[in-house]
Design a protein around this ligand. Structure first.
Ligand SMILES: NC(=O)c1ccc[n+]([C@@H]2O[C@H](COP(=O)([O-])OP(=O)(O)OC[C@H]3O[C@@H](n4cnc5c(N)ncnc54)[C@H](OP(=O)(O)O)[C@@H]3O)[C@@H](O)[C@H]2O)c1
Length: 317
């Protein structure tokens, strides 16, 4: 059984494809025969050691945080899933999704509805949940909210534009020239090409500025907010936590950071929206498992439109 892992932190060269032993499920776990895995910035952050405060430095370390596939074995206390079910899963910070078989808690799996392909589902967990929670729980977006979405063409941003639309918000997406038509096609009412116009100099004021790619500072975003506006980013560092605490008490404009919380019900909601065609996943590139190091490096460049997917065993789709 092939799987991707690292034995030290570093660049492209530290990613190894090795032979592993078949996993055995614990009581509340399932083993999934993986079809596809989604590539996320978390992969190169883990690979490089940027995340070692949370991952630790114990090697070998498995890579990959989300995948789709078919359940091949279930633990004896698993009651929601059975062998043969098509599922999307997350391995979270534990990693190990770039693998022919992966063992995961039943709680971290969701059944995939019939109209959603295993390939589309593979890239939906991390970005979909992040977009949904940043918009609703952090950003309090509702009907008529004016939202500025920075990084609208990326993994999180592509979901966020579509979800904000479903919530009947008015979305202004920010991306570069090659992605302007793409972001419009996702449903943004307005698109700002940041190579032409600096989004921090816009005249409009927003209820929410969601900087999905952490491109701008709180200082430059703050003037874009309405008096009770909210700024959300996806980079939870100590400075952001301090600002979050301070603005929660001393400012009407709020600065918030985000850490993903796994939520199966929210994931089911997203899958239903994908099933009905209200949310679509754009896959810009697919790499075979043998080229997983290239797939991660491609994402690291920072120009991914939608999602990059690693194909592991497409035979079940
Ligand atoms: N805290 C958490 O729990 C959590 C969870 C999920 C993700 N994240 C983080 O969220 C971030 C975004 O993730 P992702 O999957 O969306 O990344 P991604 O797909 O790799 O982002 C790539 C996109 O960023 C856009 N971009 C780059 N620079 C930009 C700029 N200055 N202005 C506007 N857009 C820009 C690019 O568009 P152009 O080519 O048009 O520039 C590209 O489409 C990552 O740092 C990730 O680690 C955090």
């Amino acid at each position: 059984m092939k799987k991707a892992e690292i034995n030290r932190f570093g660049g492209y060269e530290v990613v190894e494809l090795v032979e592993g032993s078949f996993p055995t499920p614990g009581e509340k776990e399932v083993v999934v025969k993986v079809s596809y895995a989604g590539v996320n910035p978390l992969d190169w952050k883990v690979r490089s050691g940027m995340m070692k405060m949370v991952t630790g430095s114990k090697f070998p370390m498995g890579l990959g945080s989300e995948a789709s596939g078919v359940v091949s074995e279930v633990g004896n206390k698993v009651d929601r899933l059975k062998s043969g079910d098509r599922v999307v899963l997350t391995t979270g910070l534990k990693g190990g999704a770039y693998s022919e078989f992966v063992k995961v808690s039943e709680a971290n799996c969701c059944k995939i509805p019939s109209a959603v392909s295993l390939k589309d589902a593979a890239g939906s967990y991390i970005c979909g949940i992040t977009a949904l929670q940043c918009l609703t729980e952090k950003g309090k977006v509702g009907e008529g909210s004016q939202v500025l979405l920075i990084g609208a063409s990326g993994g999180v941003g592509s979901f966020a534009v579509q979800i904000a639309n479903l919530l009947r918000a008015e979305v202004t997406g920010v991306c570069s020239t090659p992605n302007v038509d793409y972001v419009k096609s996702l449903g943004a009412q307005k698109v700002v090409d940041y190579t032409v116009e600096n989004p921090t100099e816009l005249k409009e004021r927003f209820d929410l500025v969601f900087d999905a790619v952490n491109a701008h500072s709180w200082k430059t975003i703050k003037p874009l907010l309405k008096p009770k506006g909210i700024y959300v980013n996806t980079m939870p560092d100590p400075v952001m936590f301090l600002r979050q605490a301070l603005t929660s008490v001393f400012s009407s404009k709020k600065c918030k950071t985000y850490i993903l919380r796994l939520d199966r019900e929210q994931m089911s909601w997203l899958l239903d929206k994908m099933d009905s065609g209200e949310i679509r996943v754009t896959i810009s590139k697919t790499f075979p498992l043998e080229q997983v190091a290239n797939a991660i490096s491609e994402n690291e460049i920072g120009r991914t439109r939608g999602k990059i997917i690693v194909e592991i065993d497409p035979s079940s789709n």
